[in-house]
Design a protein around this ligand. Structure first.
Ligand code: PLP
Length: 453
């Protein structure tokens, strides 16, 4: 759509949108009083709409890692579309971009994650994982291994099955989704909130033990898999305490429980390594990727399987009765390959590790002096500013007070986009963010905090 040129046009768009567009994760009643914001174009880290230019410290929804508006990406998509606008990958068909992308991902991925199943969204990648996990255990002759362990504060998707994994009952109950007997939730490794007097290492041990205790309580013979985001992104950028992930991986191995790592946000470089498994030193049996796989330029996701997992899935002759029409879409795959080429060519991930990540961390940590700020958590280019009513007791503001939303709104008035999640402001900007944009973000946040305090 060409940028709108006058206010009438904006109002018209808002009206037709409100009449006919059911928005994801939006209160339809709220839309009646506050019209939707119309975003018209974007470039670099900036989005434009309704005559304003805003610094997007969320990279959309944590996906536009290479920044907005790259001509090279548009040209790649156009060329790919001209060459092969669509063909499927069912029944032993492939096309160059899908084959090359699978090969590239296998080369980049840690451990033995060498096989790729393509889908369109993070939810579909995780849904595929849940189905394949069941398939795996049935093929291994262990039909009772059906229960998935997930965690409080997790987010894994919006399909029926992935919603059940999510760590907020607000995501199950309104839809009548029953988790009992399918999914068991264990504690989040949220050191600031649940760590009490424990050291980081002791808390890591404690939170990992909660998983082991749950496995023993239910019986290892019934647990199919443990699923987790390396950093619990959506619900507060909750960083794992030091040593947590290697312990979790060890527990999973010990009890023959598959480990599904959801790298939908952390994968493709956000923590300063290609994958957060490298940042935290562990290897999974399955890994889901989406968002940063194409930097959001096309919908595409991937589920990666370890050699030993894939071996079981592929062992006997049988058609895998699973797939999506647009699995491995040739245009989306070409765009994802170009995205990876840009990440490599511009050393954007190395830059996070050596330059902009440390700058981001040091700049955000200046906010710790503010009376409202209890903790600042940063890994690479994902960060949380945790608000508290009392720095000593870490008392939380009741969510219904909307304190965090107030800060986010005040930031918006300064043309900054951050994401409120409970009592946390979450940020995950494009990898191309400059140090002066970070300064602008932190100065703006500081005055937004002042306006709220
Ligand atoms: N997993 C994680 C960790 C996510 O953050 C998200 C989305 O935010 C998903 C899965 C779901 O991805 P999608 O919205 O592409 O279905």
């Amino acid at each position: 759509m060409a940028p709108t040129d006058d206010n009438n046009n904006i109002h018209m768009l808002q009206d037709i949108d409100r009449a006919h567009h059911l928005h994801p994760f939006t209160d339809p009643q709220a839309l009646k009083t506050a019209p939707p914001f119309v975003v018209e174009s974007a470039e670099g880290c900036m989005i434009q709409g309704q005559g304003m230019s805003l610094l997007d410290a969320m990279a959309g929804l944590g996906c536009v890692n290479i920044g907005y508006g790259r001509t090279e990406m548009a040209q790649t998509a156009a060329k790919a579309m001209e060459e092969l606008s669509f063909y499927h990958s069912f029944a032993a068909i492939t096309h160059p971009a899908a084959a090359k992308l699978a090969d590239k991902l296998a080369a980049l991925a840690p451990g033995n994650l060498n096989k790729v199943f393509f889908a369109n969204s993070g939810s579909e990648a995780n849904e595929t994982a849940l189905k394949l996990i069941q398939y795996y255990w049935l093929r291994k002759g262990k039909p009772n291994k059906t229960i998935i362990l997930s965690r409080d504060f997790s987010y894994h998707g919006s399909t029926l099955a992935t919603s059940a994994l999510n760590g907020l009952t607000a995501m199950h109950e309104p839809f009548g989704i029953k988790t009992k007997g399918h999914v068991e939730h264990v504690m989040s490794p949220f050191w600031y909130r649940f760590g009490g007097d424990m050291t980081e290492e002791a808390f890591a041990e404690h939170a990992a033990k909660a998983i082991e205790d749950k496995i023993l309580e239910i019986g290892p013979g019934r647990i199919a898999a443990f699923v987790g985001e390396p950093i619990q992104g959506t619900l507060g950028a909750i960083m794992p305490p030091k040593g947590y992930w290697p312990k979790v991986a060890e527990i999973c191995r010990k009890y023959d429980v598959l480990l599904l790592v959801d790298e939908v946000v952390t994968g493709m470089g956000r923590t300063g390594n290609w994958f957060a498994q490298e940042t935290y030193g562990f290897e999974a049996d399955l890994m889901s990727l989406a968002k940063g796989l194409s930097s959001g330029y096309q919908p595409i996701s991937a589920l990666m399987l370890s050699d030993s997992f894939a071996e079981v899935v592929e062992a006997e002759s049988a058609v895998l009765q699973h797939g999506f029409t647009t699995s491995g879409h040739p245009v989306a795959a070409a765009v994802a390959l170009k995205n990876i080429e840009i990440l490599e060519r511009e050393n954007l991930i190395g830059r996070i590790k050596s330059e902009i990540g440390p700058y981001f961390k040091q700049a955000l940590e200046t906010l710790l002096d503010h009376p409202l700020v209890g903790e600042v958590r940063v890994e690479g280019l994902i960060a949380a500013v945790e608000l508290t009513k009392n720095k000593v007791t870490r008392e939380q503001y009741p969510y219904e007070w909307g304190v965090c939303q107030h800060v986010a709104n005040a930031a918006l008035m300064q043309r900054l986009i951050v994401r409120p999640a409970g009592n946390v402001l979450v940020m995950c900007p494009p990898f191309t963010i400059s140090s002066s944009e970070i300064d602008q973000l932190v100065n703006g946040l500081s005055s937004a905090l002042d306006q709220t305090y």
